[in-house]
Design a protein around this ligand. Sequence first.
Ligand SMILES: [Zn+2]
Length: 108
Amino acid sequence: MGHKKVCLECKVTLNRPFDSGSELTYPCPECGKSMTLLPHRFRPPKKSENKKWETIKFLIDNGFYFQHIYEKIETKNGVTSYQNYVAYPDNLRDAKDFVLKYKSQARQ
Ligand SMILES: [Zn+2]
């Protein structure tokens, strides 16, 4: 299990081997700002795909760090069940719907 370090400004992605020092910050090699950690399954778009990067930035600004989002979370008889992972949107219009719909699952 590793993470990816991403700089949304420079559209740079670096792999980061797992370590427990989650408080450490990783400066971007290009601009020096601290990079955002995303799960390993995050697939960065090409540098030229500005719309996709814009969408990713919007999602992260709203608390969606590519963690798993579930279509439905139900609690029945004290048991909470999580159903179906939702795919992350790759355009801004869908992302706006996504953020509204799954607001309760956003990271604070
Ligand atoms: Zn940077």
